[in-house]
Design a protein around this ligand. Structure first.
Ligand code: 5GP
Length: 354
């Protein structure tokens, strides 16, 4: 097996509905087509298309949400997404998703999240540790079985279309679900929509209550918002494609870790080519950064793919990539005990990969 697949990896920026297998999405769309809910022939080419602008990506998400937002499907895609990450040796996954309401089918934000947790419990191809004190059958990370193991923690996303009250509801739900693996809050959704001040009260409340926060930041040129977000001192930011020099100075002096999604940034046209991607500068400046997929389904990528892409584009070897992967442990939102276990897993893998 190639080293970038067999090396252990930590994934910190993966959206549930962006990480669905193409085959599952097409199967679900076909079934809805047969029921007459959508016109499959219209939808098929949209799903199969590869390069999309950021705006087209959000149009696709609206379509995906029509296809996936019912409890059974949410459970299924959660299970599959975790299995897919585990199959490429992701040993710690922070999976983020936006709790959704759909009154017509009796779905509340809470029942949506319960369906997600049900999906975590349903995984049987690998051992999943998803809650601080949850050890399901055979789920002990050190139990000597040969089954693969993965830690999964959840981030609840606030969509930028939401109101302050919606955002607050999501934060309260996250707090209630801390014993089921929820460790933080993400702000995402179309960056051309919504205003930072709308979400700030809920994010402040989340912080006061001890949740960690990651923000999609600088996906479009909006210097004032980027500055305000950096002043908030989030535990991590995602993307950072349109940071200006003063933003970088600020982010670097505050050592805010950046979740880097190479393929996503290139496919959406946020960055014109890899040779000008900020990964290079951040890596050489030793700024905290984490390679991530963003939406492995939408962008037809994988975390292993992102590692080999970074290695080949920026001239890094296996040793450097292992070190980069291991450093990601420092920026996870789970506790120190898990960090310790992950470091051990990396260290024992390092010996076999050399
Ligand atoms: P979900 O939260 O429904 O599981 O995952 C899909 C959602 O994640 C999208 O509707 C969008 O709100 C958010 N998302 C996925 N990819 C991106 C991205 O690249 N940028 C931003 N800002 N949001 C994203």
């Amino acid at each position: 097996m190639e080293w970038w697949i067999s090396m252990p990896k930590v994934e910190l920026h993966a959206h549930l509905n962006g990480s669905i297998r193409d085959s599952t999405l097409l199967e679900l769309a076909k079934a809805l087509g047969e029921k007459g809910v959508i016109l499959f022939s219209d939808v098929e080419h949209v799903i199969r298309k590869n390069d999309r602008s950021l705006n087209e990506v959000f149009k696709l998400f609206d379509l995906i949400h029509i296809i996936t937002t019912d409890h059974t499907t949410v459970t299924r895609i959660t299970k599959e997404v975790v299995e897919d990450f585990a199959s490429e040796n992701v040993i710690y996954l922070e999976l983020r998703t936006t709790p959704k309401r759909n009154e017509s089918i009796g779905m509340s934000k809470r029942s949506y999240m319960e369906a997600v947790v049900k999906g975590l419990r349903a995984v049987d191809a690998v051992d999943v540790n998803f809650a601080p004190h949850y050890l399901g059958e055979g789920n002990d990370i050190c139990n000597g079985t040969t089954k693969k193991k993965i830690f999964v923690r959840l981030l609840l996303s606030i969509d930028r279309r939401e109101t302050t009250a919606d955002a607050m509801e999501t934060v309260k739900l996250a707090l209630e679900m801390r014993d089921q693996g929820v460790v933080g809050i993400d702000l995402s959704g179309n960056p051309t929509v919504g205003d930072w001040m709308t979400f700030l009260p809920a994010l402040k409340f989340a912080r006061e209550q001890g949740l960690s926060i990651t923000l999609h930041c600088g996906e479009v040129p909006n210097p004032k918002e980027i500055q305000a977000m950096l002043e908030f001192l989030p535990e991590r930011v995602g993307h950072a494609c349109f940071f200006k020099e003063d933003h970088w100075e600020n982010a670097k002096s505050s050592k805010i870790p950046v979740e880097i999604c190479l393929t996503s940034n290139i496919r959406t046209g946020s960055i014109s080519s890899l040779d000008v991607h900020h990964f290079g500068d951040l890596y050489h400046a030793k700024h905290p950064l984490i390679l991530c997929t963003d939406d492995s389904g939408i962008f037809s990528t994988s975390l292993s793919g992102e590692y080999i892409l970074a290695a080949s584009s920026f001239g890094l070897g296996k040793k450097e990539m292992l070190e980069l992967g291991r450093n990601a442990i420092e920026f996870i939102f789970a506790d120190d005990e898990i960090k310790r276990e992950l470091r051990e897993a990396f260290d024992s893998a390092a010996g076999t990969l050399e």
